[in-house]
Design a protein around this ligand. Structure first.
Ligand code: GDP
Ligand code: MN
Length: 395
């Protein structure tokens, strides 16, 4: 579960990580009043469950209470990265000397935690990791291990902190680790950690995700007003639609629409598409024994997705039946129509009946089959995957 910046900052502050205490507002009047109370320039930050707000216009500055009021009004009226803005964090504007990055996340490959630091903060760390990974310092941590102060200090030294600041930043690193473990986090991130012109270190942004499966261990979060939430704020419109239909669905950033028979086939298909140089546009599970209606809806999700350039379909009839599969596809073709090239493979339970349904329908309505290639056991799954990638590239 992802936390809002202001929620994560509450936890930061409990763990001794320095923040400025701002106020969360829901109206422009509240923003104005708080700016008056502060008597200083303020930063206005849209509280949405997404990063990259700065670039997207979700972080604004105001010199006066009047300006704070106006800009708050503007922020409430716009969508930031497709998210409506319902809450804004008003905070003292810090004078920046330098920005840093400090974060901890899971290292899923080595079954450890990893602390990351970079002396360029504010920018997207993923970008730096890709372009110039040497600029990021990593230290690997065992979950059960204590994070000794000297390791925090060595991180601080690497970030260029000296003297008293070395210990101070070292402590921030130690606290971040304690916080991570205390709340079964998947990610805690300070980006940027700001060194102000008057020599203070402040966490200017806070990002934190708690493992959903561990939430039951943290009733204190709810006591602090951090309610368990569905991550709907983070879902795309398509993912929300899929959820309403009861279809497990996730948008990815490729262009091959994945219409697999079951999650296992989905994972394998995903690997095959990558192997042949393509990129899946989604992950989807049909659930055991999907009805034709459900299958038709799965196809609607793909066909209406502008990122999808070709559709890869693989049905292995195990619990599910190929005749139902064929009925679902036919239902979709007749009622909705297919606008993308699709390559299908169908084998297993009731396969012959599935083939018969397709054949019969195609004789009646050849034009609705215009964009489909249907294969059976004679065509290996690799061929289907390759073909789907090819079709996406051609489109
Ligand atoms: P994000 O873009 O969603 O990660 O939002 P951030 O909270 O990180 O803000 C984006 C950028 O705005 C930061 O990298 C800073 O450069 C700037 N920023 C945020 N808070 C302050 C502040 O208090 N003072 C100043 N001067 N800049 C800030
Ligand atoms: Mn940030």
């Amino acid at each position: 579960m992802r936390l809002y910046e202001y929620e994560a900052k509450k936890l930061f502050s409990q763990f001794g990580i320095p923040i400025t205490t701002g106020e969360v507002v829901k109206t422009k009047e509240q923003a104005k009043a708080f700016a008056e109370k502060l008597g200083k320039p303020v930063v206005l930050k849209a509280q949405i469950l997404s990063g990259g707000r700065g670039k997207a216009g979700g972080v604004k500055f105001a010199q006066s209470p009047k300006e704070a009021e106006e800009k708050t009004e503007q922020l409430f009226a716009t969508k930031i990265k497709d998210f409506p803005v319902n809450k804004i964090l008003v905070d003292e504007k810090l004078e920046i000397e330098k920005e840093f990055y400090l974060g901890i996340t899971l290292d899923r490959i080595n079954y450890k935690l990893v602390m990351l630091a970079c002396s360029e903060g504010g920018v997207e760390i993923e970008e730096i990791a890709r372009k110039d990974p040497k600029r990021i310092k990593k230290i690997s941590l065992d979950v059960d291990q204590r994070f000794h102060p000297f390791r925090g200090n060595s991180m601080a030294g690497w970030l260029g902190a000296k003297g008293d600041n070395l210990k101070l930043v070292g402590k921030i690193a130690v606290s971040l680790f304690k916080l991570f473990k205390q709340y079964d986090a998947k990610l805690v991130e300070i980006n940027p950690l700001i060194l102000t012109k008057d020599g203070k270190y402040v966490a200017a942004d806070a990002r934190m995700s708690v493992d959903d499966d561990a939430l039951f261990r943290h009733p204190e979060l709810a006591e602090m007003g951090i309610e368990k939430r569905h991550e709907e704020g983070e879902m795309t419109e398509r993912e929300k639609r899929a959820r309403q239909w009861g279809i497990p669905y996730l948008d990815l950033d490729g262009n091959v629409g994945m219409f697999p028979g079951g999650a296992g086939f989905g994972i394998m298909g995903n690997d095959f598409i990558h192997y042949f140089g393509g990129k899946p546009a989604n992950f989807m599970d049909s659930g055991g024994g999907p009805t034709p209606e459900r299958l038709a809806k799965m196809l609607i999700l793909l066909d209406e997705n502008p990122n999808v350039k070709s559709i890869f379909g693989a049905r292995f009839g195990g619990i599910s039946r190929c005749d139902d599969f064929a009925k679902g596809v036919v239902m979709f073709l007749k009622e909705h129509g297919l606008s993308k090239p699709m390559v299908l493979r169908m084998t297993g339970n009731m396969w012959k009946e599935g083939v018969r349904i397709f054949k019969e329908e195609k004789e009646k309505n050849p034009e609705i089959f215009r964009n489909i290639e249907i294969h059976g056991i004679e065509t290996p799954i690799e061929e289907i995957s390759k073909r789907a990638v090819e079709l996406a590239k051609k489109a």
